[in-house]
Design a protein around this ligand. Structure first.
Ligand code: MN
Length: 211
């Protein structure tokens, strides 16, 4: 009998490399997607296709992250870093858009943000603060934590799923995400990123998580 197991794969980028110019430059987008994201995918596949990863061959990446503590110790760090990297980046491409209509700040998610954080500007300030102050590499997040909106950050490629939280919006603050255009100015990158946020996608994830 031939066992066919699932290989994790790079998702299709929903726009061209230069579609988010001038906010996200084409060169960064191309390297980020074809090199960094591809490496997470490849190394995740390497890890779970080791003999001790057999039980996890066909598990979707979300499940791997939710169940990270059940992964055999010898491959757990690789799954954490590369599974997290694969999942975070798959979401990240969808959290940005060149389409003006999808960037409109409206809907139930905005009502919920206003209610939780006082105002949309207060939410952004808090998000920017955690994004800029995350030491080293990581991500800034808007998540649902037990039904409540929360802003926080994680180190490296750790996913909110590992903390039992549902990611609604995330920003990659690894230097590879901004250094070509912004060099050491992470704050400039973070503040400018709001110009490309796909609020229609955040709204979809919020609705799905609320069901
Ligand atoms: Mn990245």
């Amino acid at each position: 009998m031939i066992l066919i197991s699932m290989k994790h794969a790079l998702p299709k980028l929903p726009y061209a490399y230069d579609a988010l110019e001038p906010h996200i430059d084409a060169k960064t987008m191309e390297i980020h997607y074809t090199k960094h994201h591809q490496t997470y995918v490849d190394k995740l596949n390497d890890a779970i296709h080791k003999p001790e990863g057999e039980k996890f061959h066909n598990m979707p990446v979300e499940e791997l992250l939710i169940n990270i503590n059940k992964i055999p110790e010898s491959i757990r760090t690789a799954v954490r870093n590369h599974g997290g990297g694969h999942f975070n980046h798959s979401l990240f491409w969808e959290w940005m858009t060149p389409h003006a209509k999808d960037k409109e700040v409206k809907g139930r998610i905005i009502d919920a943000i206003n209610k939780e954080f006082g105002s949309f500007e207060d939410f952004k300030t808090k998000f920017n603060d955690v994004a800029v102050s995350r030491f080293g590499s990581g991500w800034a997040w808007l998540v649902l934590n037990k039904g409540k909106l929360e802003v926080y950050s994680t180190a490296n490629q750790d996913s909110p799923l590992m903390d039992g939280k549902i990611p609604l919006l995330g920003l990659d603050v690894w230097e590879h995400g901004y250094y070509i255009k912004w060099t050491s100015n992470r704050k400039g990158y973070v503040e400018n990123w709001w110009n490309v946020v796909n609020w229609a996608q955040v709204e979809r994830l919020f609705d799905k998580a609320k069901k």
